[in-house]
Design a binder for this molecule. Structure first.
Ligand code: THU
Length: 145
């Protein structure tokens, strides 16, 4: 099943509204799209001890894996923006997942043998990349068997 790009982006946008980012004011939403149509989203969760902050993609991946999902990751949408009074989000330029998140996403991707599309959503453009382009020669579960 191919993933509905607009639906996945909408889920990421909705998730970003729940970002807890009082320190960076960088509100990130991520949505993971699975082959069976399941969408799991997340937002960044910061901490007063800054280094403990969690990225949106890692939150979404942890939500998915802790609900038992182990594969089928076909696409990921990531959106960043500032929230405006009365709701809504002003998107920035497209942002790619950070290095740690690439590795976290790779775990789920490799488990299911997929190479997900990553849609990095900006105000006026969506940059589409494969996870393998963002994290070539990845280390993953296959290396430990
Ligand atoms: N952040 C994400 O949620 N995803 C990324 O891929 C990049 C960075 C968050 C972490 C932190 O809460 C804020 O954005 C600023 O770095």
């Amino acid at each position: 099943m191919s993933i509905d790009r607009d639906a996945l982006i909408a889920a990421a946008r909705t998730a970003s509204a729940a970002a807890y980012a009082p320190y960076s004011r960088f509100h990130v939403g991520a949505a993971l799209g699975f082959a069976d149509g399941t969408i799991v989203s997340g937002a960044n969760v910061e901490n007063a001890s800054y280094g403990l902050s969690l990225c949106a993609e890692a939150v979404a991946a942890a939500k998915a894996m802790s609900s038992g999902i182990r594969g089928g990751l076909e696409a990921v949408a990531v959106i960043v923006g500032s929230h405006v009074e009365g709701g809504g989000i002003t998107a920035t330029a497209p942002v790619t997942p950070c290095g740690r998140c690439r590795q976290v996403l790779n775990e789920l991707a490799q488990l299911g043998g997929t190479d997900p599309l990553i849609w990095c959503v900006g105000q006026s453009e969506v940059v589409e990349l494969r996870l393998s382009e963002l994290l070539p020669h990845a280390f993953g579960p296959a290396n430990l068997v």
